[in-house]
Each structure stands twice: as structure tokens, then as C-alpha cells.
Design a protein around this ligand. Sequence first.
Ligand code: SAH
Length: 340
Amino acid sequence: MPKELETIIRQQIRHDGPLSVEAYWNLCLAHPQYGYYITRDPLGVAGDFTTAPEISQLFGEMIGIWLVDIWERMGNPPRFHLVECGPGRGTLMADLLRIGKLVPDFMDAIRIHLVETSPALREKQKEAIPRMKVTWHDSLDTVPQDESPVFIIGNEFLDALPIQQFIYQDNRWYERVVGLDANENLSWGLRPAPALKEITLPENGKIFELSLSRETTVSQICKRIRAQGGAALMIDYGHEVMGFGDTFQAVKNHKYVGVLDECGEADLTSHVDFARLKDIAIRKNLSVHIQGQGDFLISMGIQQRAAQLMEKSDTIQDGLHRLIHPDEMGTLFKVMEIVG
Ligand code: SAH
């Protein structure tokens, strides 16, 4: 029932007052009964949006090359945990394993963990990698903390985690909130917020987006890498230099819709602030490198692999273009590599 969730959100606002963007986002995407990710598989042409692994097998294969390479550089550990955050349909994992299978010792060493909250998508993941032993987790917390290194990957995972929005107005900070207007429709409001100490004051009217949830996740990833050894590769659209602006967006059927218009029926995302995430890794004394998706994929040999496959398929060329061209996903999407 499309409007059920909106009714629940209105009731909650009536009862408890306006919601932060973070609280609204969590209800829309993760409400236990009506949340967007809980109720459906949103990916692909028939869904709402298409991600890199769904565009071409080349993407997951290049992550596979990265992984085998770093596993070898770390001295071929005889056991390691491969953790994928938000694996969607399991396509990236299936493509990555195609490369892994070329190295039998790598396959003997691997323990696969999928961090996924959506029951609908867990089913798809089971189908995508049918013969592999897999452990599912609701969060990173339950991934074993033992002697084995962790390799953590995630494509378009961080952008699904919520943000708060703050606006600098009349020489002070306010938080943007979702309330109700006189007709009981969802509408924007402001409430006074404490000063954001570490942010350089912008001009009046500028919006700052903060995602404690993304920062906590990256911090957890870094802690694991420090404790167990290993590396992480997080890929998402976003900016590498700190900036101001409203990047909160909703997508349904491959089109933008109003962020307050389709509660639980549209995907909600925002640009990932890689500048802040990078600082977290640096503070934990880890080596961190951010580059455009195009450069990363080219450095992993995507063009050579595409040339090999093109003999069999002409959709490969189109996929390659979409993944690496600067006008497509090549520069807007960033690859953040953290190495312990
Ligand atoms: N990586 C996939 C899917 C991206 S969509 C791809 O590139 O195609 C975002 C994924 O994150 C989905 O699998 C969604 O169910 C999952 N997800 C969203 N919020 C989550 C959370 N808080 N914890 C774990 N998984 C989450």
C-alpha cells in the first residue's frame, strides 16, 4: 500500500514533532514493514535505478582483480573474511568470484560475509552465488573478530545511509526538519541547531550535510582493518573536497521525484562526503587513496578485459563506456581504498 508509510510518518510527526532528515530517511528506507529496501528489489531496468555491477560484469571482475592482488600483496593469508556491505542482487560478488576462481588458494582462503538488511535482496543474493557458503549479517558488528584479515567492499552502500542537513541562516545554524503544513502535508521546516564547530562558517543560506551514520561505518571499517589487518574498497558517487549544497535526492523508475513525495516508494541518496571519510582513515593511521571510478577501473585493466570479451558480446563496449567515461560514471563516482 503506497500511502501506508506516509500515514505512519504523519502520525509520528503529529505525536513527536518534526523529524530530522536522518529520521525521515530511516523511516523511508528501513521501516521494518514498509521501508523501501525492506519490501523490494529496486535495481535494474525494471526497477528504480541501475548500479555499476548491473551495467556490466566488467565492474565486479575488476574488483576481483583488486582483491586477489591485495590478498597476494599481503602474503596470501590462508584465511580471510570478504565482507560486502549492501550487496544488492549479489551480482558484484558473483562477478568477483569468477576472477577469484582462477586462483584456487584464494578460493580456499575466502569466507564470505554479506551485510544486508533487506530480506528481499538476501533471497536474490542466495540465487546469485548458489554454491558458496555465505553468512549474512545485519551489521558489521557480527563479522568475526579473529586473527584473519578483513577485506571489506561496498558499492553504493554509503549513499544509502542517512544524512542530516544544516543550514546557516541569520548568522546561526539551523537543522532542516520534515514537519506538516496547515493541510497536514509533509513540508520543510527549521529548528535551531548547536554550532557546527569544525565547519568553516559559510555564507548565509548555505546547506551543510552531515552523515554520522556513514562516518560511524567507515570508522568501524578502519577499526577492523587496524585490529585484523586487511583493506577496504568503498565506491560511491560524491565529492572529495568539502563543499556546501543540497544533494538530497529521490529516484523512482529512473526519474527524480520530490524527496517528500514518495515515502518508501523511491530510493533516497545524497552525495558522499569523501573528504570527511578520508580524514577518519588518516586519523586511524591507515593509508587511504581516493580516485575516480574510471581511473581505478582502467588501472585494474578493464580495457584489456573488455577487448577480450568484445569478441563474444557487443554490449561490453556500451558497459565499458558507461563505467569509465568522465561524462558518465567515470569521475562523479569515486573509489576509496583504505589499506592497513
Ligand atoms: N551494491 C549493490 C546495491 C546497492 S543499493 C549494487 O551496486 O548493485 C544499496 C544496498 O545496501 C542494498 O543491498 C540495500 O538493501 C543495502 N542497505 C541499505 N541500507 C542498509 C543498511 N543500513 N545496512 C545494510 N544494508 C543496507
